[in-house]
Design a protein around this ligand. Structure first.
Ligand code: 13P
Length: 258
């Protein structure tokens, strides 16, 4: 049985002071929610402060990005060695990294391998843009992204990692994918591609989140879908009450303690 996972991608939001306030506001309630994994992904600058606040809780910490080298002359970059002291997870290949920062499928694949070398669990983002969606290219595109991201991994690693299906047209638009549509892409395309590369066991074990305009009012629809194992939440994770509500609803529907 797959443990559901609700992660909040804070993106470029929250100073250290604001991050601390947000975590203090939701920490107790979030921690008490059982049967789902809860992950916060604040910006790099707030990781250390948030890590301290999460000590003695079961809430996990993730970074939003990572460089593939351990150290060296890469001005402005953050390495896996730096992150492994703080985080359990790292988001790799978010569409905003691909769009604004030149992230490539090759880069994603390299970072995924490096994450495993350092004991970090990657949350790998894939998803098509509106044009591709309207042209009927979603399946081919997403399958290609999955193939590229997972190339050369071992099946045991694939079983541990997390994928997030985030259609670009649903991110920050208030227009989520339909739950049935996301379920189909995750089941047929993402798990289908994983099955063809690593076998059915890996395809059934890998956890796949949906991301794109998830909020308390629609999370139930997504969580009642059999192929969807959780959510990668952007905007709604910046409000304590919303993120707690999302995690709580996910636990009620999918929680592994039931
Ligand atoms: P929104 O929830 O704001 O649409 O963002 C989704 C996302 O990109 C999470 O990584």
């Amino acid at each position: 049985m797959r443990t559901p996972i609700i992660a909040g991608n804070w993106k470029m939001n929250k100073t250290i002071a604001e991050a601390t306030a947000l975590v203090r506001e939701m920490r107790r309630e979030l921690n008490e929610i059982e049967g789902v994994e809860k992950v916060l992904c604040p910006p790099f600058t707030a990781l250390s402060a948030v890590a301290e606040l999460l000590q003695a809780t079961k809430i996990k910490l993730g970074a939003q990005e990572m460089h593939c080298e351990e150290k060296g002359a890469f001005t402005g970059a953050i390495s896996p060695l730096m992150l492994k002291e703080l985080c359990q997870y790292v988001i790799i290949g978010h569409s905003e990294r691909r769009k604004y920062f030149g992230e490539t499928d090759e880069g994603v694949n390299r970072k995924v391998k490096v994450a495993f070398q350092h004991g970090l669990i990657p949350i790998i983002c894939v998803g098509e843009n509106l044009e591709q969606n309207e042209a009927g290219q979603t399946e081919e595109w997403v399958s290609g992204q999955v193939r590229a991201a997972l190339d050369g991994l071992a099946a045991e690693q694939v079983k541990e990692l997390v994928m997030a299906y985030e259609p670009i047209w649903a991110i920050g638009t208030g227009k989520p994918a339909t739950a049935a549509g996301a379920n189909a892409i995750i089941g047929l395309v993402i798990r289908g591609t994983v099955a063809s590369m690593f076998g059915e066991d890996a395809a059934q074990a890998v956890r796949v989140q949906y991301g794109g305009s998830v909020k308390p009012a629609n999370v139930v629809e997504f969580m009642t879908q059999p192929e969807i194992d959780g959510a990668l939440v952007g905007g709604a994770c910046l409000a304590a009450d919303k993120f707690v509500a999302i995690a709580r609803l996910a636990a009620e529907i999918k929680g592994t303690h039931k």
